[in-house]
Design a protein around this ligand. Structure first.
Ligand code: O2Y
Ligand code: MN
Length: 607
C-alpha cells in the first residue's frame, strides 16, 4: 500500500493495525495527519476545489467553509447505532444489541474495497489535554477529508499525540468509511458521499473497545472521538476504571466577590446545554465561563475532589435557534474559523439559519443547494440539525482552566429536562443516593412536534445518557451509587433544574437564558451551606424570596414564583407511577437503593 507521507510512529501495533485496514479497504494511499494548520488549510482548499465545500466570504466569516450533506445523512442515526457486546444482557434493555461475530463478518464485507479511489487518513487524536492523566488517545482511520477537518477542530490531533502514545501506548481504534468507493476516473463531483441507510452501521464493541463506523459522513456517526469514544466506549472504561464519562456541560461560576464554583449539567438534547455553558448572567457581578458544552470526564484526585475535563477542543453546535439573544458567545465562537454543515448560504457568501435573530438578507441557497426565497419557498432554509463546528479557543468566555490537565474540581451537578408541568424551577437532593435517583429519572415531556399520540408523556433519558451508555443502564446506576461510596470523597451537591415550566395556558413561567444565573446563584450558595431553603417531600427548595428577582419582577410575578416553587403533590403522584413504569424496564438490574428512594418519595408525598 502506498504511503503518501512518512509513517510518523514506531508503534508496531498501530502500524500493523493501519496496514491491516488498508489491505481490506484498499485506498489509493495512506496519509498520516500531523494536525498542523498547514495541513488543515490544504485539506480545506482541496475540498473547495473539488466542490465538496464552499468557502465563505472572508470579510464576513474568515477562514470558514460550508458543506451540504446528502439529505439522507443529516444526524446521528440511533436505529443504525449498534452495541456489539458479547451478550445481549451486557448491553441491557435500552441498547440496540447485535452479535459481534456476525456484525464483524457483515461489516468486513462492506469495508472490503470501500476506500477505492480515496485516501485513507490516519488521525491520531487525544480526547482531553494531550498528556492529561484523565485524557485518552484514539486513532481514527477515515476516507473523509471532511471528517479530518472536523476532528482537527473538535479534538487535539497529530504528532504531539503520537509522542504521548510512544511505541506501545494504548489507543482506541476507530474505523470510519463513508462507504462510497470511487471507480477509476470517478469523483464525488461535489456530492456528499455516503451509503444507503440499510448499509449504515455505527458499531461499538465494548469488550474490545473498538469503534467501526460505515456509511455516514455526518457528525456523531463519523467524528468518532465525540459520541462513540468520549461517551460510549468511555462509559465502559469509566465503569471498569472507577471514573465517570458523562453527557454534561462544565461551567465556571464566579460570584461578585470573586469566589469560584464549577458546575456540570446533564440535560437531554434540545434543552439548551450549549446556551447554559455560555450563559451571560443578568445578575450584576456574576460571571459564567465555559469549560465544556457537551461531555465531562471526571476522576477523583488525591484529596477526594472529583475533577472534570472537557475531552473536546471545539463545539459541534446546532445552528438553528442560535442567535445573539439565545447565545451571543456561540455566535462569536462561530464568527470565524468554522465549518458549517447544512445551513443556508446568503448572496454575499455568508450563512443564515432559522432563529438566527434577523431576517435573511435576500435570496438564499438552502441546505439542499436550491434557491430559497424567504417567505415564499417551502420548508426550511437550514436543516433543523444544521451544525457549526467551532474552535473552543474562539469562544469569548472560554475559562482559562479549560485545558488544565488536572481538570477542575466539581462543586455541583445539575440534572434537567423540558418539563412544562410538575417539576419545580430548582430543588436540591437530600443525599447522594437521592441525587442518583433524580439523575435516573431525567426526561423531557413529549411535545406535538415529536409523536402526537404520546403528548404529555415523559420520554425518560436517565442522566441524558440513554443513547450513549453501552452497558446495562441498571449497572450504570450502580456505578453512580458506587462513586458516592468512595472513602474520603468530597462529593458534588446534586440539583434538579427545570427552565421550561409553563402555566396551564402554555406561558413559560421562567424567562430562562441569562436569568438562569439567578438559579445558579442559589446553587452556588447551597454549595457553601447557605441559600434559603424549605425542606419538602421532593428535596430542598428555595424559599419564595431566595431567588433574586431584581429586574424581572414584572416578568415573574409573586404568583409565578409560587407556582415555580411549590410541590405539585398531584402531579408528583402521577410522576411516581410514570417512574415505576420506567424503572420496570431494568428488572432486577435496578439497584435496591433506587427502589428505596422511590418508596421514600412515595411515603413523603403521602404525608
Ligand atoms: O446529529 C449529530 O450527529 C450530532 S449529535 C450532538 C452533537 C453535539 C452535541 N450533542 C449531540 C447529541 O446528540 O447529544
Ligand atoms: Mn450531546
Amino acid at each position: 500500500m502506498k504511503n503518501l507521507n512518512a509513517v510518523p510512529t514506531k508503534h508496531a501495533k498501530l502500524v500493523a493495525w493501519v496496514n491491516e485496514w488498508a489491505s481490506l479497504c484498499k485506498p489509493e494511499g495512506i496519509y498520516w495527519c500531523d494536525g498542523t494548520q498547514a495541513e488543515y488549510d490544504r485539506l480545506c482548499n482541496e475540498m473547495v476545489e473539488s466542490k465538496l465545500a464552499i468557502r465563505l466570504n472572508a470579510k464576513k466569516r474568515p477562514n470558514s467553509l460550508l458543506f451540504r450533506s446528502d439529505p439522507s445523512d443529516v444526524a446521528r442515526v440511533e436505529a443504525r447505532t449498534f452495541i456489539a457486546a458479547a451478550n445481549k444482557d451486557a448491553a441491557g434493555p435500552t441498547n440496540n444489541w447485535i452479535d459481534p461475530v456476525e456484525l464483524k463478518k457483515t461489516m468486513r464485507g462492506l469495508y472490503d474495497g470501500c476506500m477505492q479511489g480515496r485516501t485513507m487518513y490516519v488521525i491520531p487524536f487525544s480526547m482531553g489535554p494531550v498528556g492529561s492523566n484523565i485524557a485518552k488517545i484514539g486513532i481514527e482511520i477515515t476516507d473523509s477529508p471532511y471528517v479530518v477537518a472536523n476532528m482537527e477542530i473538535m479534538t487535539r490531533v497529530g504528532t504531539k499525540v503520537l509522542a504521548v502514545l510512544g511505541d506501545n501506548g494504548e489507543f482506541v481504534p476507530c474505523v470510519h468509511s463513508v462507504g462510497k468507493p470511487l471507480a477509476p476516473g470517478e469523483s464525488d463531483n461535489g456530492i456528499w458521499p455516503c451509503a444507503p441507510m440499510d448499509k449504515k452501521y455505527i458499531a461499538h464493541f465494548p469488550e474490545t473497545r473498538e469503534i467501526w463506523s460505515f456509511g455516514s459522513g455526518y457528525g456523531g456517526n463519523a467524528l468518532l472521538g465525540k459520541k462513540c469514544l468520549a461517551l460510549r466506549i468511555a462509559s465502559v472504561q469509566a465503569r471498569d476504571e472507577g471514573w465517570m464519562a458523562e453527557h454534561m456541560l462544565i461551567l465556571k461560576l464566579t460570584n461578585p466577590k470573586g469566589k469560584v464554583k464549577y458546575v456540570t449539567g446533564a440535560f437531554p438534547s434540545a434543552c439548551g446545554k450549549t446556551n447554559l455553558a455560555m450563559l451571560i448572567p443578568t445578575l450584576p457581578g456574576w460571571k459564567v465561563e465555559t469549560v465544556g458544552d457537551d461531555i465531562a470526564w471526571m476522576k477523583f484526585d488525591e484529596e477526594g475532589h472529583l475533577r472534570a475535563i472537557n475531552p473536546e477542543a471545539g463545539f459541534f453546535g446546532v445552528a438553528p435557534g442560535t442567535s445573539m439573544k439565545s447565545n451571543p458567545n456561540a455566535m462569536v465562537s462561530c464568527s470565524r474559523d468554522t465549518i458549517f454543515t447544512n445551513v443556508a448560504l446568503t448572496e454575499d457568501g455568508d450563512v443564515w439559519w432559522e432563529g438566527i435573530g434577523y431576517d435573511a438578507p435576500g435570496k438564499l441557497i438552502d441546505w439542499k443547494g436550491n434557491e430559497y426565497i424567504p417567505g415564499k419557498s417551502e420548508g426550511k432554509a437550514a436543516h433543523p440539525n444544521a451544525r457549526f463546528t467551532a474552535r473552543a479557543h474562539n469562544c469569548p468566555v472560554i475559562a482559562k482552566e479549560w485545558e488544565d490537565p488536572k481538570g477542575v474540581p466539581v462543586d455541583a451537578f445539575l440534572f434537567g429536562g423540558r418539563r412544562p408541568s410538575t417539576l419545580p424551577l430548582v430543588y436540591q437532593s437530600m443525599s447522594w443516593e437521592h441525587g442518583v435517583f433524580i439523575g435516573s429519572t431525567v426526561g423531557s415531556e413529549v411535545t406535538a412536534a415529536v409523536i402526537s399520540d404520546q403528548i404529555g408523556q415523559v420520554r425518560r433519558d436517565p442522566f441524558a445518557m440513554l443513547p450513549f451508555c453501552v452497558y446495562n443502564m441498571g449497572d450504570y446506576f450502580k456505578h453512580w451509587l458506587e462513586i458516592g461510596k468512595k472513602p474520603g470523597a468530597k462529593l458534588p451537591k446534586i440539583f434538579c433544574v427545570n427552565w421550561f415550566r409553563k402555566t396551564a395556558d402554555g406561558r413559560f413561567l421562567w424567562p430562562g437564558f441569562g436569568d438562569n444565573s439567578r438559579v445558579l446563584q442559589w446553587v452556588f450558595e447551597r454549595c457553601d451551606g447557605e441559600g434559603q431553603a424549605n425542606e419538602t417531600a421532593i428535596g430542598a427548595m428555595p424559599t419564595e424570596t431566595a431567588i433574586d428577582r431584581k429586574g424581572i419582577e414584572d416578568e415573574v410575578s409573586d404568583a409565578d414564583m409560587k407556582a415555580l416553587l411549590t410541590v405539585d403533590v398531584d402531579g408528583w403522584k402521577k410522576e411516581l407511577s410514570m417512574i415505576k413504569e420506567h424503572y420496570a424496564k431494568f428488572g432486577d438490574r435496578l439497584p435496591a437503593a433506587l427502589k428505596a428512594e422511590l418508596d421514600k418519595l412515595e411515603a413523603r408525598l403521602a404525608k
